[in-house]
Design a binder for this molecule. Structure first.
Ligand code: DOR
Ligand code: ZN
Ligand code: ZN
Length: 353
């Protein structure tokens, strides 16, 4: 069975500055193994991607390393609004961190958030890491400024209910949910420890159930693939984040098998809505061939992500990626990544549109 190549609008590929965790070459190998043919990379790197110079640095690394198509987010700071118009057009979108996460990117003042929203004219939306009361605050600011705000990794019942209400009133907002918030809860923390720690944190079963119950207002499934090494996770100060690129499609296909998700909705969440929201070009002759009946247990090891672990290890799933084809070239087949570093294109390259 063929599916359109998945578009993952939220990944951390760690270049520049975190190459021991992941690189464009290793992260996009993981993407292709997971049926993902476009990744949008987050800007909380070292240095963070916040201006033309750092954007050019990340883009050069991506151009050399990426095996699938990619976009790169710009990160908002207290001082970088307004970003140059040409740079806005080159970016996947603008990312604003209003809550504490991994790395120093953070915007705390209302004045600065307003300034970014009023000046943003990019080809993609303003994506926000907003939790709790910041969700209604950012939804209101989206309506007041008319700027499209995309909510990253919505994880709580009250947040998704707020988004439903705001959407019903026509606010210019969209949202994504991660597989870890759909499949794991705080009940898994005793077992997973730091390997189950991320931002937003795992929530209650009631929160998880609310995400499933409100799936009709969810636009995208995004992994928030946030690789950290096993050694870092076992350290006294483990950084938050979990990998997810290789496990998402098997989990979603399992949900289809169980009758919790239709195949049409799966394609909406992983391809049609991400493409529309982020204004992405078509990828001709690009698809994922899956075996929807393959039953297997997600393993502890053997992943393409450089960090080599998964919080989903041990879960029995139904559905497997057999082959991933990008622009007519077989990029992944029978457990092997064939696409070479440097074959991926920036989604904002004029030649693709
Ligand atoms: O758990 C997380 N890890 N949440 C974030 O927002 C950032 C990410 C990372 O970069 O590791
Ligand atoms: Zn985040
Ligand atoms: Zn993230």
């Amino acid at each position: 069975m063929r599916l359109p190549g998945l578009i993952d609008v939220h990944v951390h590929l760690r270049e520049p500055g975190g190459e021991h965790k992941e690189t464009f070459a290793t992260g996009t190998a993981a993407a292709l193994a997971g049926g993902v043919t476009t990744v949008l990379a987050m800007p909380n790197t070292s240095p963070p991607i916040t201006d033309a110079e750092t954007f050019a640095l990340a883009d050069a690394r991506a151009r050399a390393g990426a095996r699938c198509d990619y976009g790169i987010f710009l990160g908002a700071t207290d001082t970088n609004a307004p970003l140059p118009a040409a740079l806005q057009q080159r970016a996947a979108g603008l990312k604003i961190y209003v809550n504490d996460t991994f790395g120093p990117l953070r915007v705390e003042s209302l004045a600065v958030v307003m300034r970014h929203l009023r000046h943003w004219r990019g080809a993609g939306p303003v994506a926000v890491h907003a939790e709790g009361l910041f969700v209604p605050a950012l939804a209101a600011l989206a309506a007041l400024t008319g700027t499209h705000v995309h909510f990253c990794h919505v994880s709580r019942a009250a947040e998704i209910e707020t988004i439903r209400l705001a959407k019903e009133r026509g606010f210019p907002i969209t949202c994504e949910v991660t597989p870890h918030h759909l499949w794991l809860t705080e009940d898994d923390l005793p077992r997973l420890g730091a390997f189950g720690d991320m931002r937003p944190r795992l929530a209650t079963r009631a929160d998880r159930d609310a995400l499933w119950a409100h799936l009709d207002v969810v636009d995208c499934i995004a992994t928030d693939h946030a690789p950290h090494t096993i050694e870092e996770k076992q350290s006294p100060t483990p950084p938050p984040g979990v990998p997810g690129l290789e496990t998402t499609l098997p989990l979603l296909l399992t949900a289809v098998h169980e009758g919790r998700l239709s195949m049409e909705k799966l394609i909406d969440l992983t391809h049609r809505r991400p493409r529309a929201i982020f204004n992405l070009p078509a990828q001709p002759d690009t698809y994922v061939e899956v075996d929807p009946d393959a039953e297997w247990v997600l393993p502890e090891q053997g992943w393409f992500t450089k960090v080599g672990w998964s919080p989903f290890a041990g879960m029995r799933v139904r559905g497997r990626v057999v082959r991933t084809v990008v622009r007519g070239q077989t990029a992944f087949e029978e457990g092997r990544v064939l696409a070479l570093p440097g074959t991926g294109r920036n989604v904002r390259d004029a030649a693709l549109h």
